[in-house]
Design a binder for this molecule. Structure first.
Ligand SMILES: [Zn+2]
Length: 127
């Protein structure tokens, strides 16, 4: 058995990189999406409705409780839209987060994602 607790000092956003995916905005413009890597803890907060799925605000939402009517920062309608937004943004793109970090799968993914990029170093086995 592995019991694992993410550090409370872990940054919520661990990585931010341009994505191949494009999104058409309601006004017709096409934007390139970003791929945001969240800490497992932050991801859980999004799932639980304490972190905004659009702007990732957290501190201002906690006092309001889970899934407030709208995000106090960006006005994203969390109660109505957050779950749908999550399905659109996360499921199908990458494996959905599961409790208990699957290190083997995570390592395999990271190696695959970074191996072909010039200048990246493959993580050592004792990582
Ligand atoms: Zn927000």
């Amino acid at each position: 058995m592995t019991i694992w607790t993410p550090s409370s000092e872990q940054p919520a956003v661990q990585d931010l990189e341009p994505s191949d995916r494009l999104r058409r905005l309601p006004d017709g413009r096409v934007m390139r999406e970003s791929t945001v890597t969240l800490s497992p803890q932050a991801m859980q907060q999004v799932i639980d409705g304490y972190r905004c799925a659009r702007c990732l605000e957290y501190e201002g939402i906690v006092p309001l409780g889970a899934f407030p009517e709208e995000c106090p920062l960006c006005k994203f309608p969390m109660r109505a839209e957050q779950t749908r937004q999550l399905e659109q943004d996360f499921v199908g793109e990458r494996p959905p987060p599961v409790s208990g970090l699957p290190m083997d799968r995570e390592r395999a993914y990271l190696e695959k994602a970074h191996y072909s990029k010039k200048g990246y170093v493959t993580p050592g086995k004792d990582l």
